[in-house]
Design a protein around this ligand. Structure first.
Ligand code: NAD
Ligand code: UDP
Length: 310
């Protein structure tokens, strides 16, 4: 039975990864300091094969016994969170990644880094392919997240090349689904509660900026395939179905049957104008592509939000 440590395991994606790995027969340790996550996300996973350890992974990570896989998901992830937590974001991307790599090296474990499409910044190449180096403002408000993740990728490749550690880097594009925090400020968890309450949907800018949204089930399947592959270069995993944020707001109004209107607020500084993954590598190397259409994924997400305290 493989034994796996997931940092950020009480977060949105981390909790889904823990659940998936338990189903695959792993023993799972979720390590999290609950900065933006909650034990409510993992309560349903309680069993003999699952453990939760409350720990800040920017500090030395101690874990008794053998570990086969280390998945490093800990980091504030929504623009609202990382703007409010700039130092913690830089520390978990830099010091936290160093500690998680150190643990993987000590245990001779496979290491997977949850990186992001934000390493491409406000991209000048569209769609984004893995060999694009990006267009990032290091000193802008988003720089705390983007540069921390770029450092995290660099130190992961250094451990791979210098220590021959078995490493994987997944560049995750915008992902949504159950267990996103209603107040985390990202577009989908902002719009769904607004629509359910018949309040105006808050579109930033004129809504012409684009994103490509992947349902969490598809993403986790792609990440697992990368984890068990022999591939060590960064890999995009996301849904190439691109839409404007205005179209997203209209779709959510339609899916929820809401009476909401759309109101417009100023566009945040350095908000990327376009974003769409090129997933040719994931298709070829992992045999992976997303399967859940947006409206189906949104319906599942809406059902979950209906049960939350909005
Ligand atoms: P999330 O905020 O729900 O989860 C992050 C988790 O990390 C939280 O449970 C938080 O408490 C924990 N954490 C933060 N700092 C920590 C620390 N120092 N020590 C221990 N735990 C800590 O966010 P998410 O959407 O689940 O994102 C998870 C990972 O995936 C992040 O690394 C993020 O950068 C990456 N990612 C997510 C998306 C997306 O669309 N959801 C896109 C790209 C990348
Ligand atoms: N956005 C918006 N209204 C909101 C929240 C976000 O118009 O209430 C926009 C945001 O400016 C960005 C897009 O939606 O252009 C996606 O934002 P999100 O925070 O979900 O992800 P990211 O910017 O990291 O891709």
């Amino acid at each position: 039975m493989p034994r796996t440590l997931v940092t950020g395991g009480a977060g949105f994606l981390g909790s889904h990864i823990c659940e998936y790995l338990l189903k695959k027969g792993h023993q799972v340790i979720a390590m999290d300091n609950l900065l933006t996550g909650t034990v409510a996300n993992i309560e349903h996973l309680q069993c003999e094969e699952f453990n939760f350890i409350k720990h800040n992974v920017t500090e030395y990570i101690y874990c008794a016994g053998s570990i086969d896989y280390v998945l490093h998901f800990a980091s504030p992830a929504s623009p609202k969170d990382y703007l409010e937590l700039p130092i913690q974001t830089l520390k978990v991307g830099a010091l936290g990644t160093h500690k998680a790599l150190g643990l993987a090296l000590e245990k001779k474990a496979t290491f997977l880094l949850a990186s992001t499409s934000e390493v491409y910044g406000d991209p000048k190449v569209h769609p984004q392919k893995e060999d694009y180096w990006g267009h990032v403002n290091p000193v802008g408000p988003r720089g705390v997240y983007d540069e921390a993740k770029r450092f995290a990728e660099a130190i992961t490749m250094a451990y791979h090349r210098y220590h021959a550690l078995d490493t994987k880097i997944v560049r995750i594009f915008n992902t949504y689904g159950p267990r996103m925090r209603p107040k985390d400020g990202r577009a989908i968890p902002a719009f769904i509660p607004q629509a359910l309450k018949n309040q105006p949907l808050t579109v930033f800018g004129d809504g012409s900026q684009t994103r490509s949204f992947c349902y969490v089930k598809d993403l986790i399947d792609g990440i697992y395939r990368l984890l068990v592959s022999d591939y060590h270069e960064p890999m995009n995993v996301g849904n190439p179905y691109e839409m404007t944020i205005k179209e997203l707001a209209e779709t959510i109004i339609q899916v929820t049957g809401s009476k909401s209107e759309i109101i417009y607020y100023p566009l945040p500084v350095d908000d990327p104008k376009v974003r769409q993954p090129d997933i040719a590598a994931a298709k070829k190397i992992l045999g992976w592509e997303p399967r859940v259409p947006l409206e189906e994924g949104l319906r599942g997400t809406v059902e979950w939000f209906k049960q939350q305290d909005l």
